[in-house]
Design a protein around this ligand. Structure first.
Ligand code: ADP
Ligand code: MG
Length: 390
C-alpha cells in the first residue's frame, strides 16, 4: 500500500527523471521479443532455496514473490533447490510448504538438476529468488546464460564481484567510492602467519575492528572484535565460511540502504534506515528476534540522502550491475562520514524486506516491481545477446 505523501514523491521523482522513467511503454513491450505462452503470458520460472546459509531466507522471499507476482502477466512455474543442490519442480503446491520447508519432502535425493530441466526449457525468463553463494554469485546467472534465458538481477560478472566483499572493495576503490579501511586475509595466513596478520590489523585499523567472511551474507560469521586477544578466535570462526576474510575498521554508524532499479539508466530510491538494538545488525536481529525496525526515509539530512542515492547509482554502474541491487551504507554517528558497506544483487524479497519497501515508498508497488524486474531482465538479455551467433 502506498504511504501517505507517496503521490507527491512520485511527481518529484518524475520531474527528476528517476524511478518512473523505466515504466514500460507499448513500444518497449513490442520490442521485447518474448515467446508468449498460449495464454499470451510470459512464462516465468521462480527459483528458490539454494545451497547457501541463506536458504531459509530465500524460502521466505519466494513465498512473498509468489504471493505477489502478477498472474495476469505471467504464467508461473516454481522450482526449489535443496541445500544439497537438488532441483525440484514444485509448481502448484500450497505456498505455505515453500515457506516452512515441507516442499523438500518431494525431493528425490541426489537427483541434481535433471528434474528441473523441462522447466528451464519451458520458461521465457527466470526470477532467482535466492541469496548467497551458488545463487547470487554468478553461478546460477551463468547457468541461465548458457541456457539463453533472461534472469532477473545482475549478470555473471556483477553477481560474482558483489558476492565477494574483498573484490567489491577493489572495484569501488577504483571508482572513488568511500568505504571502511580494511585488511584482507586468507585462511592460510590466519593459520600460518597469525602474528603478522595481528600486527597489520593493529597498525592499520586498531580496535575495535570488525571481522567478516568475504563471501557470506545475513551477518553469518561476522564479529565485532573488541581487543587484540579476541582477534584469532574471530578470524578462525569467520574463516569457517570462506577462504578470504575481511577485517575492517569498526564503524559506529546508522545503517542506511538504497534500492537501485534499472539497466543502462538506473534509478535510486529514497534511502531507508535499519534501526537495530543489537551491537550490530546480526542474523538473529535480522530474522529471528525481530529486534530491528526500519525507517523510510532514513533519519539523516536530506543532503546525505542525496549523496547516498548518487553513490548507489555510481556503485551500481561501476560494478556493471543490471536490473536491481540494494546498496548498503554506513553513516558514521560521530563524523557523519558516508561509507558504502556492501552491494546485494539479490536482496531479500519478503513483504517486509527493505528493497521492496523503499521502492513502494517511491510509488512502485511490490507486484509491479516484480513485473518490472523480469522485463528489465528480458530487455537486458535482448541487448546483450546481439553478439551471439544464431
Ligand atoms: N566495518 C564495520 N563496522 C561496524 N559494523 C559492521 C562493519 N561491517 C559490518 N558491520 C555490521 O555487520 C552487519 C553485516 O555485515 P555486512 O557487511 O552487511 O554483511 P552481510 O549482510 O552480507 O552479512 C552489518 O549490517 C553491520 O551491522
Ligand atoms: Mg549486509
Amino acid at each position: 500500500m502506498l504511504k501517505r505523501g507517496a503521490g507527491r514523491k512520485i511527481s518529484t521523482v518524475l520531474k527528476n527523471k528517476r524511478l518512473t522513467d523505466k515504466r514500460l511503454t507499448a513500444g518497449e513491450r513490442k520490442r521485447l521479443t518474448v515467446k508468449k505462452s498460449e495464454s499470451g503470458k510470459i512464462k516465468l520460472l521462480v527459483l528458490f532455496g539454494g545451497q547457501s546459509t541463506e536458504h531459509e531466507i530465500s524460502c521466505l522471499s519466494a513465498y512473498s514473490v509468489l504471493n505477489n507476482v502478477d498472474r495476469r502477466v505471467f504464467e508461473v512455474r516454481v522450482c526449489g533447490v535443496t541445500k544439497n543442490g537438488d532441483w525440484q519442480p514444485v509448481t502448484g503446491i500450497p505456498l505455505e510448504e515453500i515457506k516452512d520447508g515441507r516442499w523438500t519432502s518431494r525431493v528425490t535425493e541426489g537427483s541434481g538438476m535433471a528434474p528441473a530441466l523441462e522447466c528451464v526449457r519451458w520458461c521465457d525468463a527466470v526470477f532467482p529468488v535466492m541469496h548467497g553463494i551458488m545463487a547470487e554469485d554468478g553461478t546460477i546467472q551463468g547457468f541461465f546464460a548458457l541456457n539463453r534465458k533472461p534472469c532477473a538481477g545482475p549478470g555473471v560478472l556483477a553477481s560474482a564481484v558483489c558476492m565477494d566483499k574483498a573484490y567489491t572493495k577493489i572495484v569501488l576503490e577504483h571508482a572513488g567510492i568511500p568505504q571502511a579501511k580494511a585488511v584482507i586475509v586468507t585462511r592460510g595466513e590466519i593459520e600460518n602467519g597469525f602474528d603478522s596478520v595481528a600486527a597489520e590489523v593493529g597498525e592499520k585499523l586498531g580496535y575495535p575492528c570488525f571481522v567478516k567472511p568475504s563471501n557470506s551474507g545475513s551477518s553469518v560469521g561476522a564479529f565485532k572484535v573488541g581487543a587484540p586477544s579476541e582477534l584469532e578466535k574471530c578470524l578462525r570462526a569467520a574463516a569457517e565460511f570462506d577462504r578470504k576474510v575481511l577485517v575492517e575498521e569498526y564503524i559506529d554508524a546508522q545503517e542506511v540502504e538504497c534500492a537501485v532499479l534499472g539497466n543502462e539508466d538506473p534509478v535510486a530510491s529514497t534511502p531507508g534506515e535499519i534501526v537495530s538494538e543489537s551491537e550490530f545488525y546480526d542474523y538473529d536481529d535480522k530474522y529471528i528476534n525481530g529486534t530491528s525496525s526500519t525507517r523510510i526515509p532514513a533519519a539523516i539530512p536530506e543532503e546525505d540522502r542525496e549523496t547516498i542515492r548518487k553513490l548507489a547509482v555510481k556503485a551500481f554502474k561501476a560494478l556493471d550491475c543490471a536490473g536491481m541491487a540494494r546498496v548498503d551504507f554506513f553513516r558514521e554517528r560521530k563524523t557523519g562520514r558516508i561509507l558504502l558497506n556492501e552491494v546485494n544483487t539479490i536482496p531479500g524479497f519478503t513483504d517486509i524486506s527493505m528493497y521492496g519497501k523503499m521502492l513502494a515508498y517511491d510509488g512502485i508497488p511490490f507486484k509491479e516491481l516484480i513485473t518490472r524486474l523480469v522485463k528489465l531482465a528480458i530487455e537486458d538479455f535482448e541487448h546483450n545477446k546481439r553478439h551471439l551467433s544464431r
